[in-house]
Design a protein around this ligand. Structure first.
Ligand code: COI
Length: 325
């Protein structure tokens, strides 16, 4: 069995080597993002695994199929970069990764705490020897209500993590699940109206695109803190900016950003970044933005690589692996 892995970072290489030895597969590794131009790299490969930076559209899927590829895996939980409908139509199985949710869930709680305690403003002051306290008055989680939109594996883990802080928790999900142990399921309106902090843990789809828009924000509490460690386009950037400007939103913790494509996970130190909404949003003292790194832990990276390789082996050898189709 031969597998081509795209978007391979240096920190993944040892994990790939280990997987290849253990599972007896031949691997070809490339740092390149999958495109039509480099699809030829997959010639002679049974499977292809990638991360989330390429657009895996119909043309690319057709090309992989013609080259003999029989299975695709994305080493990401999210799969909005893959045209699943077309993959299904041409009979190409696709799997996503099911890496442990703990890293992203911990990061989510960290962003909540950073926003609640005005960490960014405090850090800025420290850098100019301003050790004043004014304006840095924080709030404690035990006195607050946290709304979790999407209570799959990550949302449920956030609820479990938060359960030690003593906050009230509300949850919204079209399929309520075991998170009911830690939170109270409610409708979206109630969650918006009663939550001091709202965090979203949803897949990006046509249904969830811009679900946090101006209308949703208007229904939230004044001073609400919004957290996004899922996908940028779940939130409408213009509505976030208006919410911050009008002080309707009290804090934003964004590990992902609607227009991050081509920017995050790359070094642009000496370049001109043409992304004015990102530059504008990130200069606010109450907006913490990071480069889509909530997933980035030793445990998760090992898991992601294993899912990427194992998924292909299982689908092609036993057919006993859950695909997205
Ligand atoms: C995912 O697994 O869906 C992520 O968001 C991580 C990815 C950016 C590497």
């Amino acid at each position: 069995m031969k597998i081509l892995a795209y978007e391979v970072r240096d920190d993944e290489r040892a994990h790939f080597d280990r997987c290849a030895r253990q599972l007896g597969v031949e691997l070809a590794l490339t740092e390149q993002v999958p495109t039509l131009e480099n699809a030829e790299l997959a010639a002679g490969c049974d499977g292809v695994t990638m991360l989330g930076q390429g657009k895996i559209d119909a043309a690319l899927l057709d090309t992989y199929r013609q080259l003999g590829v029989r299975c695709l895996t994305t080493r990401t939980v999210g799969y909005d970069h893959i045209d699943l409908t077309h993959a299904k139509n041409i009979g190409l199985p696709v799997c996503n990764a099911y890496y442990d949710p703990n890293g992203v869930a911990e990061y989510t709680v960290m962003l909540m705490l950073l926003c609640l305690r005005h960490y960014k403003a405090a850090l800025w002051r420290m850098q100019v020897n301003d050790y004043s306290l004014q304006g840095l008055y924080g709030r404690e989680l035990r006195n607050l209500t946290v709304g979790i939109v999407g209570t799959g594996r990550i949302g449920a883990q956030v609820a479990q993590n938060l359960s030690g802080f003593g906050c009230r928790m509300l949850g919204y999900d079209s399929h309520p699940g075991p998170a009911a142990r830690w939170l109270t399921y409610t409708d979206l309106d109630t969650l918006y109206r009663e939550s001091d902090i709202i965090t979203v843990h949803l897949n990006l789809s046509e249904q969830t695109y811009h679900m946090i828009d101006g209308d949703a924000i208007a229904r939230m509490k004044d001073g609400v803190i919004l957290i996004n460690c899922a996908r940028g386009p779940l939130m409408d950037t213009d509505a976030l900016i208006a919410g911050i400007e009008q002080k309707k939103i009290g804090g934003l913790g964004l590990d992902c950003f609607e227009y991050e494509e081509g920017i995050y996970h790359q070094n642009h130190r000496d370049e001109i970044i043409c992304n004015s909404s990102m530059a504008y949003l990130r200069q606010f003292p109450n907006v913490v933005m990071t480069q889509h790194m909530a997933f980035y832990t030793d445990a998760a990276v090992a898991n992601m690589v294993r899912c990427g390789v194992e998924g292909i082996c299982s689908v092609l050898e036993t057919g006993a692996y859950q695909t997205l189709l």
